[in-house]
Ligand binder design. Structure first.
Ligand code: SF4
Length: 437
């Protein structure tokens, strides 16, 4: 029998940097490798095969990727048989250039290109493979009652600060029947909630021959028997249609929570970001959403310190957040990404200290807002889908995406339970099971 670093089994380690899409894709790759003769390695040092799933959305993420590639180069010197595979947004269309820069990497493949991974494994590795292993790459193992499902890759929007369209490429939707089949497969494994993922999930389907849209997909999934909840992200304000809003409002399994990235409260900054909407149009959209779903929970993304952002422009963003009172705000300080329009066109001229100060002010504001929003839940009973245990407490989320912790002696993983909320913080709720709820 072939020996691998003193063992009779090959071991893999998947190193994931970045967003939920990368995490979902890593889970799928792990499923495939589990179905082959590979075993998971506890540490990267024990692995015979390392897959590095990368993110380059921010310079700090790319620096982390470069640092990890350096570390893997050292490991490969010690263990020349180590195979290194790289995927994710670091892999652009210039694969030859990447190979020249990183000769210690055995194989680069584009994000989501699972057939390239399975093809490489079968061509190069002494691995017994069956049709089931190929099938497993499609029908992946669900790690919890809540699963992520990628439905569209890439982005056609070209926001001026964003590297994603250059790295992930143009939008490619997964056929509706395949998504429904995948979700049914997950439900058979006990999954109760799916989150549909895409860089711009609202533009799902325009590239498919039947041209289904996200509302059509949600309607199909709403009919999947044991599935309890459906979520989706990330939404683009320009692509959120009336039909989609009506679908969220009317389909019982679709949760009343939307992530709607506004990025700035100032029209000139939005224009320079090439977001394609004005703040008036964004407000109008929120008005429509709240007409259909007054109690909807909303989260957003904000970038502070975009090139040229003045104090007045930042104050408009601050005022918008004060006015709208999102349930959650993801804030980031702008950093130049070589290759983007903003990097070519503008100077990164907001000093780091100013960016940090604006970042801190948004975080403090949001802490205050979330404290007030969450405290209104005290004494209320909420329905929670239980996702797991942390530090001896069960936890799960409400339909509105609030994290709830509670004690319970019985195993309630994957169950919908009613929790009476007793304590709140800006980040979570705590309570006890309400058996009469
Ligand atoms: S919508 Fe804009 S920010 Fe989002 S992935 Fe596409 S280009 Fe990037």
């Amino acid at each position: 029998m072939k020996e691998y670093r003193g063992k009779d089994m090959q071991r893999y380690f998947i190193w994931t940097i970045g967003c939920q899409m990368n995490k979902a894709e890593s889970q799928r790759m792990a499923s495939y490798l589990d179905y082959t003769d590979y075993q998971v390695a506890a540490t990267v040092q024990e692995a015979d095969l390392v897959v590095l799933n990368t993110c380059v959305v921010r310079q700090s993420a790319e620096d982390k990727v470069l640092g990890t590639l350096g570390l893997l180069k050292g490991l490969k010197k010690e263990h020349p048989n180590l195979s290194i595979l790289v995927t994710g947004c670091f892999v652009d269309s210039d694969i030859k250039g990447l190979k020249r820069r990183f000769p210690h990497v055995d194989f680069f493949f584009k994000p989501g290109a699972f057939s390239q991974l399975t093809g490489w494994i079968q061509e190069t590795q002494d691995i017994y493979s069956t049709p089931e292993t190929q099938y497993a790459a499609l029908k992946w193992r669900a790690p919890s009652p809540c699963a992520f499902v990628s439905i569209i890759q890439g982005c056609n929007k070209f926001c001026s600060y964003c590297i994603v369209p250059y790295r992930r490429g143009r939008e490619i939707s997964c056929p509706l029947g395949e998504v429904v089949g995948e979700v049914k497969g997950l439900v058979e494994q006990g999954v109760k909630e799916v989150t549909l993922l895409g860089q711009n999930v609202d533009s799902y389907g325009h590239d498919l021959s039947e041209r289904p849209d996200l509302a059509d997909l949600l309607a199909e999934l709403n009919g999947v028997g044991e599935l309890a909840r459906i979520r989706f992200l990330t939404n683009h304000p320009r692509d959120m249609s009336q039909k989609l809003i009506e679908a969220v409002a009317s389909l019982g399994k679709v949760c009343e929570h939307l992530n709607l990235a506004v990025q700035s409260g100032d029209n000139d900054i939005l224009k320079a970001m090439r977001r394609g909407y004005t703040i008036e149009q964004f407000r109008e959209l929120l008005h429509t959403i709240k007409l259909y779903m007054p109690g909807i929970s909303l989260s957003t993304d904000i970038i502070v310190g975009f090139p040229g952002e003045t104090d007045e422009q930042f104050e408009r963003t601050y005022a918008l957040l004060e006015e709208i009172k999102f349930d959650m705000v993801h804030v980031a300080a702008y950093s130049h990404r070589p290759g983007t329009i903003a990097c070519q066109k503008y100077e990164d001229n907001v000093p780091l200290g100013v960016k940090k100060e604006r970042f801190g002010r948004i975080e403090q504001l949001q802490t205050n807002v979330a404290t007030i929003i969450n405290s209104a839940y005290r004494g209320e009973t909420v329905e929670v889908l239980v996702e797991g245990q942390k530090k001896g407490k069960w936890y799960g989320r409400t339909r509105g995406d609030k994290i709830v912790f509670f004690n319970n002696n019985d195993d309630c993983l994957g169950q919908l339970v009613k929790i009476r909320v007793e304590k709140t913080s800006p980040w979570s709720l705590q309570g006890r099971v309400n058996y009469n709820g």
